[in-house]
Design a protein around this ligand. Sequence first.
Ligand code: ADP
Length: 190
Amino acid sequence: MINIVLFGKPGAGKGTQAEFLKEKYNLTHISTGDVFRYNLKNNTALGQEAKSYMDKGDLVPDELTIKMLQDEVEKHPGTAGFLFDGFPRTTAQADALDAFLTSKGWQVDATIALEADDEILVARLLERGKTSGRPDDQDENLIRNRYQEYNDKTAPLMDYYKSQGKFYAVNGIGEISDITARINAVIDQL
Ligand code: ADP
């Protein structure tokens, strides 16, 4: 069992890298953003609750997000491990994840952060917004708000995982395959 948290600002490339990592290490990929968008599209009760927050580029409340994450994990008994993408994003979520994994005899093995400069990331997101259909990628104000949320609520998690000796920073600028190789190098030495 190996559990990896992919960490990084919006646009850092978590989703792109997750596609390669889940294949190579046979991991179950859980993107909380994707799960929320799926629920939004299908107009489920969860989607209706999350919508007003996502429309503003705000984080969805912890209680709702943690419950959803746990439900996703429970759908995959017997997996070789999880790749958490976009979760945790607050200290409360990190605490909940630790407690939840511990209750199963598991743990977070590594948090891998993709690092890139804000201005590069904003440009990437606006570019992605031209084709992704994601409204939160088409409005610079929403993008800036997501960075504000990241700085206020998610950035403190770096120290949370550093203090556990589980934090690994990877340069997120360059060719996609080079970045994949940098992440592989971290996982292979765990
Ligand atoms: P990005 O990393 O590009 O901002 P995501 O696809 O990961 O986008 O998330 C999109 C939106 O879904 C976020 O802006 C937020 O509203 C919601 N969301 C995703 N993950 C979480 C989380 N762990 N906690 C709270 N809200 C979340």
